[in-house]
Design a protein around this ligand. Structure first.
Ligand code: HEM
Length: 417
């Protein structure tokens, strides 16, 4: 019923409220896919794209729909890589791509499995825990730290800085959240710069040494263009301006934020699906060869990143609608990934579907960390099914989900096993 009744479309697409994972949210997106797939929101002044083919097309045409004027709608500063123009993006991508080779992902997997087993063993005998707090949050953070080259004794602080920074994502109009976010940023950036100094003298096989090398060669510099300056709710200090305009520092901020909040929610969401779909869980236990397909289906079904944005570069047409330069476009991934034109019974969770989804985006800005995120999700699911095959919600409540336009954030999920 919800799918056919005309929903309320006079909503704020860039605020958190409507992104609450409710049947109403999915009903609205479904109605748009069928009736108004290239929807102009007068209230948010943005085109809202809900069909798979349109999200796919726009993502693959940077010359018409650029990321260069902000890929996160409303974000108060420009981020390297995500918000790069075509030419500079190619250079940055090549440079950073060296840190994400299959060889590196394989090397990280070994340590990640060890950390996952340790985290599970720590809570196993209690018979119950908050899965998000004990497993989904710390593990991706440890992996990013490993990738960057941050030593294990810094993990507690890194955890705090990361939480503070993430608080700002999606709360751009909340001064208190932005203040904490900026504080986390300055502390993290100071630490990264100290570590960079150490690596200059003593390079290691890690991402920080790679980028320090790039900075030394002059491949990374500083931003002096106004859009890289913090705006709105972010308070400018001399130090935050200097740190925020240093390309190397900002790369690490992007990695920390892009790699953590997303993967933690892929993992929590994957466990949520296994708890709520008992038959599929049993099938996976009996057929471990389906694990990779199951992980892909989890990532499609959960779609941890909800939206990214583009800006129209030149006048163009999409789905019979005229789009003009400067207009913003919202790519709605959870909708594209539930498009019945593309997926049979899209709301079903089927571990053998092995879908070609858009949860990692597509085109030039395709997620740089996709292979890492897949590996992390696979390892955690495998270890959970081995040690906690009976995992269930503790009590009647499922996960608590914080509404937000950027990420489907599962804040807590009490489980017993
Ligand atoms: C399940 C987990 C993840 C999801 C769903 C996800 C999703 C995405 C999406 C949708 C994009 C495309 C942005 C665009 O087109 O504008 C993206 C880009 C990116 N992701 Fe991920 N991501 C995940 C994990 C990670 C991890 C683990 C890392 C790093 C360690 C990472 C780093 C990045 C970076 C650096 C970009 C920018 C790439 C570019 O602009 O060229 N992501 N991600």
């Amino acid at each position: 019923m919800l799918e056919t009744a005309p929903p309320d479309l006079f909503v704020n697409w860039l605020g958190p409220e409507i992104w609450n994972d409710s049947p109403e949210m999915y009903g609205r997106l479904c109605w748009l896919r069928k009736n108004d797939p290239v929807h102009w929101s007068e209230q948010s002044r943005i085109w809202v794209l809900t069909r798979y083919d349109d999200v796919d097309y726009v993502s693959k045409h940077q010359e018409l729909f650029t990321s260069g004027r902000g890929s996160i709608a409303g974000a108060p500063l420009k981020l390297p890589l995500l918000d790069d123009e075509i030419e500079i993006h190619k250079i940055h991508r090549k440079m950073l791509g060296r840190g994400f080779t299959p060889k590196r992902v394989n090397a990280l997997e070994k340590n990640f499995r060890r950390l996952t087993q340790k985290a599970i063993l720590e809570v196993l005998w209690d018979g119950q825990c908050d899965f998000v707090e004990k497993i989904s949050v710390p593990l991706p953070l440890l992996l990013i730290a490993n990738l960057i080259g941050i030593p294990e004794d810094k993990y507690p602080e890194l955890h705090q800085w990361s939480d503070d920074m993430i608080l700002g994502v999606g709360s751009f109009n909340d001064p208190t959240a932005m203040e904490r976010s900026q504080h986390g940023f300055v502390e993290f950036a100071r630490y990264i710069n100290d570590l960079a100094e150490q690596r200059k003298k003593d390079p290691q096989d890690d991402l920080i040494s790679l980028l320090v090398g790039a900075k030394e060669r002059g491949d990374l510099g500083t931003y002096d263009v106004p859009e890289h300056r913090p705006r709105g709710a972010i308070q400018e200090t001399e130090e935050s301006l200097a740190l925020g305009s240093d390309e190397m520092t900002m790369f690490f901020v992007v990695l920390l934020v892009a790699g953590n909040e997303t993967t933690r929610n892929a993992i929590s969401g994957g466990i949520q699906l296994l708890i709520e779909n008992r038959d599929e869980r049993m099938k996976l236990i009996q057929h471990p060869e389906l694990l990779e397909s199951a992980v892909e289906e989890m990532i499609r079904h959960v779609t941890p990143v909800r939206t990214f944005a583009r800006t129209v570069v030149e006048q163009t047409e999409l789905g019979g609608r005229h789009m003009y330069p400067g207009q913003k476009v919202l790519l709605v991934y959870p909708s594209a990934n539930r498009d019945a034109e593309h997926f049979d019974a899209p709301n079903d969770f089927r571990i053998d579907r092995n879908p070609e989804h858009l949860a990692f985006g597509i085109g030039e800005h395709f997620c740089l960390g996709a292979s890492l995120a897949r590996m992390e999700t696979r390892v955690v699911i495998e270890e959970v099914l081995r040690r906690m095959p009976q995992i269930e919600y503790d009590g009647i409540e499922g996960p608590t989900i914080e509404p937000g336009p950027l990420v489907r954030s599962i804040m807590s999920m009490k489980v017993k096993y």
